[in-house]
Ligand binder design. Sequence first.
Ligand code: HEM
Ligand code: HEM
Length: 200
Amino acid sequence: MAANRIKVWDPAVRLFHWALVVLFAVAYLSGEESEALHAYAGYGVLGLIGFRLVWGFLGTKHARFSDFLYGPTATLRYARALMAGKPIHYLGHNPIGGWMIVLLLLSLFGACWSGLKLYAIEEGKGPLARVPAIIAPAKADEAGGADEAGEEFWEEVHEVLSNLTLALVFIHIAGVVVASRLHRENLARAMVTGYKEKQD
Ligand code: HEM
Ligand code: HEM
């Protein structure tokens, strides 16, 4: 049995993933409720993104971007095989999964950045509140005009990016379910234990 198991995800990738699931859920659900909890969950997500970027270069084999970022040829070949119901098996992330990870990280970063802008403009709090040059126009004029427009803008961006991320998460989970069925392997369990069964 043990000989059939291959270590795929190192503990850092697994911890990153499940911490991200928890912090994203807390951030999303606390958006309209608790200001402090929401901000700390958002900072946590930002920290995780930063960690993952570094780990994408320094991590173990399947954690590295070079292992799962494929060009258009390999991605199209994978998509065609998938449509034909004969997906090519990858031990690490498959090419479509790899691009989904890029989208998720970008969208999460956008949600956090717009959240930081909003926190600075609306509440005068957070790291960007101390960097006036970046949040120009920072001070509301007497009529409150400039700042109100900025606040509305970043509120809109923050809401759109938070919901876009949620939509990507649903597609991500659907992708995990479909790939697990097609390959008869439990990908979610592999993200918990770190191991996959040998296929060929
Ligand atoms: C309960 C819900 C979730 C399940 C079951 C799940 C499952 C998985 C699985 C199985 C993988 C590995 C895919 C593969 O084998 O190639 C993965 C990767 C990933 N998931 Fe999820 N996921 C969930 C929720 C989320 C959420 C909420 C986010 C982000 C907000 C997310 C972001 C990611 C990222 C960034 C990766 C890449 C992991 C890495 O290489 O660092 N997932 N997920
Ligand atoms: C993954 C990261 C994040 C997600 C998913 C998220 C999600 C949300 C959601 C769903 C809302 C409610 C929007 C609405 O009222 O319609 C919200 C509001 C807000 N978020 Fe975030 N957010 C994130 C990160 C951040 C960060 C890092 C900050 C700044 C520290 C932040 C600051 C705010 C502020 C100030 C509001 C407005 C609260 C209000 O006026 O009611 N967010 N966020």
